[in-house]
Design a protein around this ligand. Structure first.
Ligand code: CA
Length: 216
């Protein structure tokens, strides 16, 4: 699961990025609207946190351009408190949800989780496949009720596959949603992660679809 944060306030940006990384996401970041727009237009994100007031290109314009270009990832807008007109403009531009500043990062996390789940068609915060349960709230996985210790990459991989349950996901797609843009991407690592997941979950929850990818 990979998220883009577009926020020009350096402290707030850092705070959001740290919180999201702690919660197990791969995170890319931009500090102005133009860079943010470019990243959202060229990289696949599972969700975006987008500030409204940005240098170079404001958040509303960034979002309008994405939607015009057919980029339909969930977008959570950050608005100034009491600026109801911002909220209306954000929603009209195609925002899926908003949080007013100042906010608790926990609220941003909860709203993002909900957006990502909804985009994948899951209403509940837990996703279950057989004996494996992914708790998106706690960023936790259990097998037969017992917690399974996963590295952040293993967790992201399993989380992506479980959110897209029943779909065949290619290796390239997995890599794109597993790593941030600065990471040296090696598609062979996916196979290694899948092998470890199967071992740790004592199950073949992830099926290899020869020549195409993987399916949970
Ligand atoms: Ca701002």
């Amino acid at each position: 699961m990979r998220i883009l944060v577009v926020e020009d306030d350096a402290d707030l940006n850092r705070q959001l990025v740290d919180t999201l990384i702690d919660a197990g996401y791969a995170v890319d970041t931009a500090i102005d609207g133009e860079e943010g727009h470019f990243l959202g237009d060229t990289e696949p994100y599972d969700a975006v946190v987008l500030d409204i007031g940005l240098p170079e290109m404001d958040g509303i314009t960034v979002l309008e351009n994405w939607r015009k270009e057919g980029r339909n990832m969930p977008v959570l807008m950050l608005t100034a408190r009491d600026r109801w007109s911002d909220k209306v403009a954000g929603i009209d531009a195609g925002a899926d949800d908003y949080v007013a500043k100042p906010f608790h990062t926990e609220e941003v996390l909860a709203r993002l989780r909900a957006l990502i789940r909804r985009a994948a068609g899951h209403a509940s915060s837990e996703i279950t496949i057989g004996d494996v349960i992914l708790d998106t709230k706690q960023s936790r996985v259990t097998y037969e009720g017992k917690p399974v210790k996963l590295t952040s990459h293993e967790f992201r991989l399993l989380s992506y596959l479980m959110h897209h349950q029943g779909e065949v996901v290619s290796r390239t797609e997995l890599i794109e949603h597993l790593y941030d843009q600065d990471f040296d991407k090696d598609s062979n690592t996916i196979e290694v992660f899948i092998g470890r997941l199967r071992k740790k979950l004592y199950s073949d929850i992830v099926e290899t679809v020869r020549g195409l990818g993987y399916r949970a």
